[in-house]
Write a protein that binds this ligand. Structure first.
Ligand code: FAD
Length: 249
């Protein structure tokens, strides 16, 4: 089985998020980047498949060399090869276009993507890939079982699950549940050492794309106002604050 796992490099969830250039650019200063958590579920699932039957796992990122560390981590976790397409990953369309071009002659059986990136949250890349490669696309996958010529997939839907079947090849957008959180692989010392000998291929990309969607600016959520603690005996103060400050009564 030939498996591709698309890896987005995203800010650590504890990172302080700030913007520069009049709130038009994300400030990368002081940010630690990690593998997009949804991609980590996919990578672990790919490793489970490999452990059950023979498989080759390639991890792929579209971006600059600051993303090499997440690809190295993916190699340390258990991927066999890593590829970075050297391209300014400025929007979902260009990312998908680069991935599609790379996939053309590779005969991948499964192309795993995360359901969405946890930074830009577009949820667009996997759908674009499937459409451009004319492949089945199963979104929001929380289960996958390979049954010889087909795979059985479980999707999360409102108040339940949908179980479906797909032929190979297909694009799968995975999320939490594809594997359990406790089963996520952490790089072992052996994995980290062996990752140094695995290949990280860098492919230059000449793709250019007219931006169809231009980001005007980013906005931070409104800061929550400070929480005031009031003594339980002081009902009068509470009523006064609700009336005159919060103006809710
Ligand atoms: C100026 C600028 C520079 C940027 N530079 C980078 C960068 O260097 N590296 C980077 O990773 N992002 C970068 N980004 C973010 C990049 O634009 C997004 O990754 C891209 O737009 C996809 O976002 P999305 O939210 O639509 O992805 P979604 O569609 O939500 O992502 C779903 C899945 O698609 C796959 N995917 C998404 N993005 C990538 C990717 N870049 N490579 C491989 N698989 C991917 C992953 O499996 C991900 O889980 C940059 C953004 C801007 C504005």
């Amino acid at each position: 089985m030939n498996i591709l796992v698309c890896i987005s490099s995203v800010p650590d969830t504890t990172s302080p998020i700030n913007f520069t250039d009049n709130n038009q650019s994300f400030d990368k200063n002081g940010i630690t980047f990690i593998i997009n958590p949804y991609d980590e579920f996919c990578l672990t699932k790919a490793i489970f498949i490999k452990e059950k039957q023979s498989a080759t796992i390639t991890v792929l990122n579209v971006g600059d060399n600051t993303n090499d560390s997440v690809l190295r981590k993916a190699l340390a976790i258990g991927a066999d090869n890593a590829v970075r397409i050297n391209q300014k990953a400025e929007n979902s369309e260009i990312v998908a276009k680069c991935i599609v071009e790379y996939c053309q002659d590779k005969n991948f059986d499964i192309i795993f993507c995360g359901r969405e990136s946890i930074d830009y949250n577009g949820g667009k890349v996997p759908g674009f890939i499937a459409e451009k490669l004319n492949l089945p696309f199963i979104n929001g996958c929380v289960g996958l079982d390979i049954k010889s010529a087909v795979m059985e997939l479980k999707r999360e839907i409102d108040n339940g699950h949908e179980v479906c079947e797909s032929s190979f090849p297909a694009v799968i957008a995975g999320q939490k549940g594809l594997v359990e959180e406790k089963d996520l692989r952490i790089p072992s010392m052996r994995g980290i050492m062996s990752a140094r000998t695995k290949s990280l291929e860098v492919i230059e990309s000449a793709i250019t794309l007219e931006k169809s969607i231009k980001i005007i600016h980013y906005e931070k959520p409104i800061q929550r106002s400070e929480c005031k603690m009031i003594n339980e005996d002081n009902v009068e103060e509470l009523v006064d604050l609700l009336n005159n400050e919060a103006k809710v009564i």
